[in-house]
Write a protein that binds this ligand. Structure first.
Ligand code: FAD
Ligand code: DHB
Length: 395
């Protein structure tokens, strides 16, 4: 088998890249370790930045998103039993966020790619990379019990944090930056109408809580828990009781309902530099992980492949590798900005184990400032809706 760009991973990064390349007339093949059903059901992020929505819309992928996605113009920050609205749209000259589940984005992308005749192979096993430091890299894998080989010009590593592509770069090339936060999120999906119109980020002495949603009938909520938390110790009643305490505000009630999905996800900051080695380009979670507070992971993955698709298009069209050579540094500027924002949001809202009161007081001072000073609220809003791309700024 032969293609121009071999893409490992059918998550948001790999699928959006394949779609953007197709629009540029560049062929790709996507290799995915899991089944189609699995990747279409996997519950993860749900907040799309304005720039992500614009890209999906501009490239013909937003029909269902326009119908079923929910546009939000603000978020609420709740602490000391009071709610404060951050008016995202007013503060950012008209930018917004959209609520639309990651698995819905993935479904739309797979449908669009297959309708265009794309090759996506699900359930592939044992993916290995060869020759990434040569001009003829190849992917080796097992499909339906048979050994296969895919020769490519370039390989895109879009296989997430636990994928294989990053590990195929020789030792000593990458510098890894890693920080493990001393807490995790217990996330639930519940068939109950959301008790709020806008997302609520709540700081409480017992820990952080977040009320989000997926649709008018489906709520998504999160609780700060310990990194090694045992889900078995969290029967549904306990989850609702704890959410009710942490989100409490006079005159406001949290409606509960059947929990249909439950999971614990750790919180880490992780970045590799550079995001490229030879003919292998890493994108999305394969290259970086952000702590979830701020909902940036999916958006950052899309931002990477936007840069990569343009660089590859220029390379194929003109032969110039300048943009490809600049891929890593262009992405990393945004990656570190988003790391800083996500870590900042996380540290403002979570209880730190062992805090003797000092951290809590500093958090409250910061929260008062963010919710009372327009300049501070604007900074939060600008980062939350997503900073514009260089090319939108004419850079
Ligand atoms: P992924 O979506 O991880 O896609 C990588 C793909 O590669 C997967 O389909 C995987 O099966 C495949 N793959 C892996 N290894 C191989 C291999 N060896 N061969 C072939 N294919 C392979 N972000 C938020 O903003 N809010 C959230 O609430 C949130 N919740 C999350 C919960 C969890 C459990 C996780 C893991 C992440 C969460 N994120 C969240 C982050 C967000 O979902 C990711 O940033 C986003 O999925 C990144 O997209 P990606 O395409 O880079 O990687
Ligand atoms: C969601 C996830 C986030 O990480 C966040 O900051 C807000 C909302 C969500 O899954 O809806």
């Amino acid at each position: 088998m032969r293609t121009q760009v071999g893409i490992v991973g059918a998550g948001p990064a790999g699928l959006v890249l394949s779609h953007l390349l197709h629009l540029e007339g560049i062929e790709s093949v996507v290799l995915e370790a899991r089944s189609r059903e699995y990747v279409e059901q996997r519950v993860r992020a749900g907040v799309l930045e304005q720039g992500t929505v614009d890209l999906l819309r501009d490239t013909g992928l937003a029909d269902r998103l326009e119908r079923e996605g929910i546009v939000h113009h603000g978020i609420e920050i709740r602490f000391d039993g009071r709610g404060h609205r951050i008016a995202l749209t007013d503060l950012t000259g008209g930018r917004s966020i959209w609520i639309y589940g990651q698995q819905e984005v993935v479904k739309d992308l797979i449908d669009a790619r297959l309708a265009a005749g794309a090759e996506i192979h699900f359930d592939v096993e044992d993916v290995r990379l060869e020759g990434i430091d040569s001009e003829t890299p190849s992917l080796h894998f097992i499909l339906g019990g048979t050994d296969r080989r895919l020769d490519c010009d370039v390989i895109a590593g879009c296989d997430g944090f636990h994928g294989v592509t990053r590990g195929s770069i020789p030792n000593g090339v990458l510098r890894e930056y890693h920080y493990e936060f001393p807490f995790a999120w217990l996330g639930i999906l519940a068939t109950v109408p959301p008790s709020t119109e806008e997302l609520i980020y709540a700081r409480h002495d017992r820990g952080f809580a977040l009320h989000s949603l997926r649709s008018p009938q489906l709520s998504r909520l999160y609780l700060q828990v310990a990194p090694n938390e045992n889900l078995n110790e969290w029967p549904d009643d306990r989850i609702w009781e704890e959410l009710r305490i942490r989100l409490a505000m006079e005159g406001w009630n949290l409606a509960d309902g059947p929990i249909i999905e439950k999971g614990v996800a750790g919180m880490r900051s992780f970045v590799v530099e550079p995001m490229q080695y030879g003919r292998l380009f890493l994108a999305g979670d394969a290259a970086h992980i952000v702590p979830a507070t701020g909902a940036k992971g999916l958006n950052l993955a899309v931002a990477d492949v936007r840069v990569l698709a343009r660089a590859l298009a220029t390379w194929y069209r003109t032969g110039s590798a300048d943009l490809l050579d600049a891929y890593s540094s262009r992405c990393l500027g945004r990656v570190w900005r988003v790391q800083d924002f996500s870590a900042w949001m996380s540290s403002m809202l979570h209880r730190y184990p062992g805090d003797d009161g000092m951290q809590g007081k500093l958090q409250l001072a910061r929260l008062e400032w963010v919710t009372s000073m327009e300049s501070a609220a604007r900074s939060l809003a600008e980062n939350y809706v997503g900073l514009p791309f260089d090319d939108e700024l004419g850079v």
